[in-house]
Design a protein around this ligand. Structure first.
Ligand code: ATP
Length: 202
């Protein structure tokens, strides 16, 4: 499994559609300060489901949409941001029957966003489930941003434990457990309601 292409369109400084083709092995992105290197990494975490605007170095999620530029070659702000990540899955590492998987996330300035897997609209949960055993994904700490090493070194023991749990793949099961507990709570409430009704009828 390896990342094949990343396409950004209207995402941060990438107003026009821009595709990065990645080869297996190491890829270096070089460029002057402010040219958009970190924006490429932001796009990678965003398409995999990042939901914290702060992690994407913005104030609100809408900040990922191209905000326009001034000057002679100025461009107007865009109404939506879209990022597509294509993963080579010829080794079947991802639990899906496709040799190539494209995950797309679109966000509209008017509100609302959507995810697609190989063109089919899906939920964020589907994207998370697809990536959860692969070692990549939103909370897998595979993208280490500037200053993050410091954050790990200064983390509390609880925070460090969370890092280890994520690396060990416990996250998916914790998420499932939380979902199951929520369902149990709802069921308890229903049972209480049924018990009340039975008392009323008697
Ligand atoms: P450095 O080497 O200094 O870390 P970098 O190459 O990583 O820089 P980025 O942080 O990726 O640069 O890009 C910053 C640029 O992206 C800034 O010029 C900023 O104005 C631009 N930018 C960020 N968000 C948007 C947006 N929503 N619309 C337009 N431009 C944006």
């Amino acid at each position: 499994m390896h990342l094949k292409t990343l396409t950004l369109k209207g995402f941060k400084s990438f107003a026009s559609a821009t595709t990065l083709r990645l080869q297996p092995g190491i890829t270096c992105v070089v460029g002057p300060n402010g040219s958009g290197k970190s924006n490429v990494l932001d796009a990678l975490t965003w398409v995999m489901g990042e939901s914290s605007a702060k992690s994407l170095r913005g104030g609100k999620m809408e900040d990922v949409i191209f905000a326009g530029t001034t000057g002679a070659e100025g461009r107007a702000a865009l109404g939506r941001a879209e990022v597509s990540l294509t993963i080579d899955n010829s080794d079947g590492a991802l639990p899906i029957e496709f040799a190539e998987v494209t995950i797309t996330r679109t966000m509209f300035r008017t509100g609302g966003s959507e995810y697609r897997i190989n063109g089919q609209t899906c939920r964020l949960l589907d994207v998370q489930e697809l990536l959860s055993d692969s070692g990549i994904g939103r909370e897998m700490h595979v993208v280490v941003g500037q200053g993050q090493i410091d954050a790990v070194l200064h983390a509390s023991p609880e925070e460090r434990r969370a890092f280890v749990e994520e690396a060990a793949g416990v996250l998916k099961h914790r998420r499932r457990k939380e979902k199951a507990l929520r369902k149990l709570d709802a069921m308890e409430a229903n049972l209480t309601r049924v018990a009340d009704l039975i008392t009323e009828i008697r």
